[in-house]
Design a binder for this molecule. Structure first.
Ligand SMILES: [Zn+2]
Length: 394
């Protein structure tokens, strides 16, 4: 599982020396096999070698990069391709002894990039589409924490498993003892749940999760929810009946289900918002032409696109801007090249602009939005109107 720390490490990585090599290999599809992946890697590496020869780098950098390329090729030929992973990503800079391999559950386009920094856009776009989910299991004495991310699960074994409150000296008489026992048990449970809430807050601060599922018997789960810090409360996506001894694979299945339900609800909200904005001629557009226009004006806030939607188009080889029917790029004037699926480039461009991208799986609402729509940041001409209005005041 890719941890938040690993993502940060890649994000903050700047090569002081050498070349940063980013390699993606798409291993998705049943008709494709290891033979094909080996050949594909060979071709990609061959092309990279040619690029490397044309680059004006020192002998030392050249040899280090050459080493990385060989290592990548060897890795792929020795790899046991697990079917639930759909891509491999390798980031390497041999001069700085940096080498990281990730197995990814999402299909990404195969590519290899030689640069001073890692090429992270496809990886980041994929990461953005998934929530990191914490699943806390609790009974009245014990608690466990799991982290679920992109269909993988790990347990945090350092999470408080058992809590015992400090024992207070009890000076009660025999008659009072029964009542106090009840009281003490209640106190102990409350103490345990508060400690669990504190531990959860600490793990949340370390970015071990950004959404939370609570698994406990009723009504314990609701009690725990109430004891959580406000920042955590607003990130609870489900409170479910679960046992403290729940098997890992069942925790995973339930977390995935909770995430899916949450996402469906978010999708519905987003689509409702887009529709109502479009109805009142507000801050949203629909249809490929209008959405591409918004992209070209750096005006994308949130992009919603039907999961299986694709359309032919053009893309700028220089700045990557997608277009539908044009000769030259509206942004930089370069001659455009044809692509079979301009949605792919649109999604990349949206990510580059810092927009949120949502692939919509539910089919009920998206046809009326022509399969692609976006929340935009501004409407064309609105700032000019404000300016004119202000000028008229003087
Ligand atoms: Zn361009």
């Amino acid at each position: 599982m890719i941890t938040h720390q690993e993502v940060n490490l890649l994000l903050n990585y700047t090569a002081r020396e050498g070349l940063a090599i980013s390699f993606y290999l798409n291993t998705d599809g049943t008709e494709r096999n290891r033979n094909i992946w080996n050949i594909e890697t060979k071709d990609i590496v061959k092309k990279a070698r040619k690029d490397l020869e044309n680059m004006n780098v020192s002998r030392r950098y050249y040899e280090a990069a050459e080493n990385s390329l060989r290592r990548i090729q060897n890795f792929v030929s020795a790899e046991n391709f697990a079917p639930h992973y759909k891509s491999i990503a390798i980031f390497s800079n041999a001069v700085e002894n940096f080498y990281q391999v990730y197995h990814l559950p999402v299909a990404l386009k195969s590519s290899l990039t030689l640069d001073t920094n890692f090429y992270l856009r496809p990886l980041l776009a994929m990461l953005e589409e998934h929530y990191r989910i914490g699943v806390v299991l609790a009974d009245s004495r014990r608690s466990r924490l799991f982290e679920v991310y992109m269909n993988e699960i790990v347990e945090h074994n350092d999470f408080a498993t058992k809590t015992k409150p400090p024992r207070k000296p009890l000076m009660e008489t025999f008659m009072k003892r029964e009542k106090n026992l009840m009281q003490r048990r209640e106190e102990e449970t409350r103490y345990h749940l508060s400690s669990t809430a504190d531990a959860l807050r600490a793990h949340f601060a370390l970015r071990h999760f950004d959404k939370l599922v609570i698994g406990a018997r009723k009504p314990l789960g609701d009690h725990l929810a109430r004891l959580l810090h406000r920042s955590l409360q607003s990130n609870i996506i489900a409170v479910m009946e679960m046992e403290i001894t729940e098997k890992e694979k069942d925790v995973l299945a339930k977390a995935i289900q909770a995430e899916r339900n949450f996402e469906m609800e978010e999708e519905r909200k987003l689509l409702r918002r887009i529709s109502s904005e479009i109805e009142k001629d507000g801050y949203a557009v629909k249809g490929i032409s209008r959405v591409l226009e918004a992209a070209q004006e750096y005006n994308l806030q949130t992009l919603a696109v039907a999961e299986d939607y694709s359309v032919q188009g053009m893309v700028c080889p220089e700045c990557g801007m997608p277009h539908i029917e044009r000769q030259d790029c509206v942004c930089c004037g370069r001659q455009l090249v044809e692509v079979s699926d301009v949605i792919y480039d649109l999604v990349e461009e949206a990510a580059r602009q810092g927009a949120t991208v949502r692939h919509i799986s539910g089919e009920s609402l998206i046809p009326s939005l022509e399969n692609v729509a976006a929340i935009i940041k501004f409407k064309r001409g609105e700032l000019v109107r404000i300016e004119e209005a202000t000028e008229n005041e003087f």
